[in-house]
Design a binder for this molecule. Structure first.
Ligand code: SF4
Length: 331
């Protein structure tokens, strides 16, 4: 399969300095994340606030520099390119931000907002900006007249449509959708999700879809990665992970999500306690202080992502034991 993005062992550690400028602590915001996204595919990243999913998106965009690891865009290592070459990858990798209210410059008209990336990345000749802006507005369901307005004249959903049009302006191969519907009314969330889906089919663009809402992730994703304290703890084809979750953290997240089916029974796995500080994460499996299945080994040894089926990986000692015992899952 043709991979648009491939991330290998990506790490981002933030230093916390003392007053003397010495490194006192490190926050391991992203700690050894690996995944790939194929053409026209959507990978959903899910987890509680502070798990590292948004930092992962910003690392791929090179808004921040990784501590280590590799990021490939169609086989080209974009982690090692110089800052002055970044423009070439920004054309191919775009972002849709969470908050459409702050993501648009209030002093610019929509036409100016959409013309800016056309100019920076030389997408079309400047005589064709008007025609291209009209095309982009039509793409996201806005009219030519909307191009003359300022962002404050639109609703939240319409502003997010403008944000999506701006991301599509460079005809990218990969878009990072960083919680693109979480600031919107529930009534318009599905419209924006459907719009992103339609554009994906039309333009064959790939998405990294970051969200904390599991229902949203299931609706839009082909694959899902569940993140906890900077690491992916479960990853796989979205239906398999949602129907047969293995990691206790995934089970707890799914248990806490509303299920619109009164006849469906679920084994509730309650998520107890707070997410630990990433400055001083727990030893072994970082989830062990909150896990009711914890074994002695869990405090000592970190579990690594292991295949439990062709398209499903889990980082949990219980899964290791079940796998070694000849079973693909445990109750
Ligand atoms: Fe729970 Fe142990 Fe699995 Fe971690 S490795 S999720 S503590 S059973």
């Amino acid at each position: 399969m043709n991979h648009i993005i491939e991330v290998r062992n990506l790490k981002k550690y933030f230093d916390i300095n003392s007053r003397m400028g010495m490194v006192q602590h490190q926050v391991k915001a992203v700690d050894g994340v690996s995944f790939s996204v194929a053409e026209g595919e959507t990978l959903g990243l899910v987890g509680e606030s502070g798990c590292g999913k948004s930092t992962t998106g910003r690392l791929i965009l090179r808004l921040i520099k990784p501590t280590s690891g590799e990021i490939f865009l169609e086989g080209r290592d974009i982690n090692s390119i110089k800052d002055k070459e970044l423009r070439s990858i920004r054309k191919d990798i775009q972002i849709v931000f969470q908050n459409p209210y702050s993501a648009l410059d209030p002093r610019m008209t929509v036409t100016d907002i959409l013309s800016e990336p056309l100019s920076i990345h030389k997408i079309v000749h400047k005589y064709e900006y008007g025609k291209e802006v009209k095309r982009l507005l039509g793409l996201v369901g806005l009219s030519e007249q909307d191009g003359k307005k300022f962002p404050h004249e639109f609703s939240g959903g319409q502003r997010q449509r403008i944000g999506i049009a701006r991301a599509m302006a460079t005809r990218p191969k990969f878009i990072i959708c960083d919680e693109p519907v979480s600031a919107l009314d529930v009534s318009v969330q599905s419209q924006i999700l459907n719009l992103l889906g339609d554009l994906q089919k039309e333009m064959k663009v790939s998405y990294l879809f970051i969200a904390h809402g599991l229902n949203v992730i299931r609706h839009v994703s082909d694959k899902v990665g569940v993140m906890y304290l900077g690491k992916i703890v479960e990853m796989g084809i979205v239906d398999e992970v949602f129907e047969k979750p293995i990691h206790p953290y995934t089970k707890a997240l799914l248990s806490s999500a509303p299920v619109p089916d009164p006849f469906r029974s679920m084994h509730l796995e309650v998520l107890e306690g707070e997410i630990p500080s990433p400055v001083n994460p727990p030893s072994g499996c970082a989830f062990h202080p909150r896990c009711r299945h914890m074994l002695a080994i869990c405090k000592e040894k970190r579990p690594f992502l292991q295949h439990i089926s062709l398209n499903h990986k889990v980082a949990c000692h219980l899964a290791d034991i079940a796998f070694e015992g000849g079973r693909a899952s445990y109750a």
